[in-house]
Design a protein around this ligand. Sequence first.
Ligand code: ADP
Length: 325
Amino acid sequence: IKNIAVLTSGGDAPGMNAGIRAVIRTGIFHGRNMFGVQQGYRGLIENNIIPMNARSVSNILHMGGTILKTARCLEFKTDEGMETAYRNLQANDIDALVVIGGDGTFTGAKRFSEKFEDIKVIGIPGTIDNDLYGSDFTLGYDTAINTVIEAIDKIRDTADSHDRLFFIEVMGRDSGCIALRSGIASGAEAILLPEKFTSVEDLIAKLESGASTKKSSSIVIVAEGHKHGGAYDIAKQVEERFDYYDTKVTILGHLQRGGSPSSFDRILGSRLGYAAVNALINGETRKMVGLRGNEIKLTSLEDALNTHTFKLEDDLLEMAQVLSI
Ligand code: ADP
């Protein structure tokens, strides 16, 4: 491996900058020439590839978003797009790529490295959804949970003062990871997850039980991918049959993607960036670096993409029920 480029792609996540910084500095430590690609795969196609040094990544560790920008790029899905990207990498004498992103990004990386085997590719899982196999935590997930609980704490103040029931919608189309952890950390009365069916009857029974023991406010977390619809739909269904509280809805939306990364994500980004470059130097390709237990482990991109495990811990699900009475 001579020269290494790094890019961020797909949805942004806090901690990506920690990853970029670690990749650049680890590569420089090992005497490699380092490059940053702007706007994900689009930058590869448009030859937006810039040389980077240790100072290019000064003062970014604490910043949300990604200094390299990210984008969705349909052209990269075509053979012509991939060929243009390959030619641009060759023109810059780059033979290795670190991609930071989610499953779409990894799908592109896997296809690209199968087509052009002389380019070695390592992935870093960067998504607030925590929906990839091979890493217990993905980059940005911890910060997103912290952002969500900060918002819920504020909503709780007003909910409590007015005896209100709040339905709060959090991100997670297919994954209830943010909902479960933020629900536990903020003491939510109920958590509605895409992976688990909760009937409106059961939800109302739970809220009635809280009201009968004089709960002054109730917070229900709804993951956006919940089967009964979003927070507005569920609130409406509940409101029609349960009017103990005044009901309100808050959709947290994109604020969950932003903010300064937590210490956990700064350290995780640093570890994964460092490990990604070391893996490339050790001759690895088409793999993802991830955190398992408290160790950094490699998983093939194939397994990361195709293994679907239930990521919600049983003990957390059970405990959330017990503690929310
Ligand atoms: P994420 O990485 O967060 O899941 P996307 O699903 O938007 O985000 O994927 C990011 C980018 O990865 C896409 O815009 C596209 O450039 C690339 N990509 C996704 N799927 C493929 C594919 N099947 N082949 C090639 N590139 C892909």
